[in-house]
Ligand binder design. Structure first.
Ligand code: PMP
Length: 419
């Protein structure tokens, strides 16, 4: 019988008979399962998608905190409205405008991180068996939510320009002909997690057109859009249409994930239900965290901080690409123009999940590609997250990874040459 961390023996199946059937779809994500291993200081983690919060100017956070406590203490420590603080929603308008999105404060709802926004949207729209179209690969946290809702997750072919419009049409029309209800298209158009790719401007317009024609709501998840390295990505899909797109944003990557503040811009037709769903789930988003974010935005050069992050992550991306060229020249990689991730494709026959214990033995961790598919694909892919370790350690990590991968490649060569 398994033991808990405190050492007592627990029967984890004790309440199995009573769980809702959908609870069977809650399983430990491959990313989270790694956390215990990667927190060992000797391991270089290229696994969890964590920002480098050490690059935050903590004096500014402290100033914002003190200013908040001096002027808004009673508000910050109290329950708030279910839609979130009005001043912060106005500030969010300014941030969204940087992505070309001009939404009304009335249509913005503040959530506990954008993960919670996605959970609310999924809960509003998905019955068991409904189809969600997603990129191939797609964000592990989204796949987890859709799975929990017992949705049918359909991965649509995606290349270096993002999700393919032709494949989208094919999948949507095929599934509809099979009698399935297609409810949502979930996309991360900028520097996607996990692939690092960016949806081209032409495809944004085309994807919108395809979804509109078919009554499919687009959920545009954009936590990385402001973290571009050289060039701003194309304007958000939500900038092209205010009725067919739900837009998710977050302070996790441009400020701090510990604050858990995200937001949803929803079309007026959806927004009221969304606020009700937010209230039903959490009464009100955390006033304290909202006030702190709002104060930080008021008193700091937050755009300068984002510029610091951009330069830092660009340096780390460059370190990763340089090390890949040097140590893993035979492995295909995406080249992200922003964000945290790149996506490696190993030759067919190599299995990144099976290789992981060997990698940890070499003191490097990564996330196996299967985490980003709802259908078992991704066995020969690896997500490399370069945002958290130092640039030096990114190189060290990739060198260690190459010890494992190159050995596997040699074995593969040996076996295939014997056939
Ligand atoms: N969407 C994507 C694509 C992400 O990568 C993440 C975080 N890894 C989230 C949503 C959730 O972010 P938040 O901290 O705002 O909940």
């Amino acid at each position: 019988m398994p033991q808990t961390r405190s050492g007592s023996v627990t029967n984890f199946d004790a309440w199995k008979h009573a769980y809702a059937s959908r609870a069977a779809n809650l399983s430990v994500s491959e990313v989270r399962a790694l956390f215990a291993v990667v927190s060992r200081p000797e391991v270089v983690s290229l696994a969890g998608g964590m920002p480098d919060v050490s690059a935050l100017d903590s004096d500014l956070i402290e100033k914002a905190f003190l200013s908040m406590m001096a002027s808004k203490k009673n508000y910050a420590l109290q329950y708030g409205g279910g839609q979130g603080d009005l001043r912060l929603r106005e500030q969010i308008q300014e941030i969204m405008a940087l992505d070309g999105v001009h939404g009304s404060v009335e249509d913005i709802t503040i959530t506990t991180g954008s993960q919670h926004g996605l959970e609310l949207v999924a809960d509003l729209f998905l019955d068991a068996g409904d189809v969600v179209l997603v990129e191939a690969p797609s964000y592990v946290g989204a796949v987890g939510i859709f799975r929990h809702k017992e949705a049918h997750i359909e991965h649509v072919f995606t290349d270096e320009q993002g999700i393919s419009p032709e494949a989208l049409v094919e999948a949507a029309d095929r599934l509809r002909a099979e009698g399935k209800k297609i409810k949502l298209l979930y996309v991360v158009p900028n520097f996607a997690n996990p692939s690092g790719v960016t949806l081209s401007a032409e495809r944004r317009a085309r994807v919108l057109e395809i979804c509109k024609e078919r009554g499919i709501l687009i959920v545009e998840d954009n936590p990385y859009g402001l973290l571009y390295f050289d060039q701003k990505p194309p304007a958000a899909i939500a900038s092209l249409d205010s009725e067919n797109v739900v837009y998710l944003g977050s302070f996790s990557k441009i400020l701090s994930p510990g604050l858990r503040v995200g937001y949803v811009l929803a079309p007026p037709a959806i927004r009221e239900k969304l606020v009700l769903a937010n209230e039903s789930a959490i009464l009100s988003p955390a006033s304290f965290a909202q006030m702190l974010v709002s104060e930080y935005l008021s008193i700091s050069d937050w755009q300068g901080q984002i510029e610091t992050f951009r330069q830092l992550y660009k340096t780390k991306r460059d370190a990763a690409l340089e090390a890949l060229t040097q140590y893993l020249p035979r492995i295909e990689t995406t080249v992200p123009a922003g964000g945290f991730f790149l996506w490696l494709t190993l030759p067919e026959g190599l299995n990144s999940k099976e290789m992981l214990p060997l990698a940890v033995n070499e003191l490097v961790a990564y996330t196996p590609g299967t985490a980003f598919y709802g259908d078992g694909r991704g066995a020969n892919n690896i997500r490399v997250c370069f945002s958290h370790p130092s640039a030096e350690n990114v190189k060290v990590g990739i060198k260690r990874l190459s010890n494992v991968v190159n050995l596997q490649l040699d074995l593969l060569d040996t076996f295939s040459s014997k056939d």
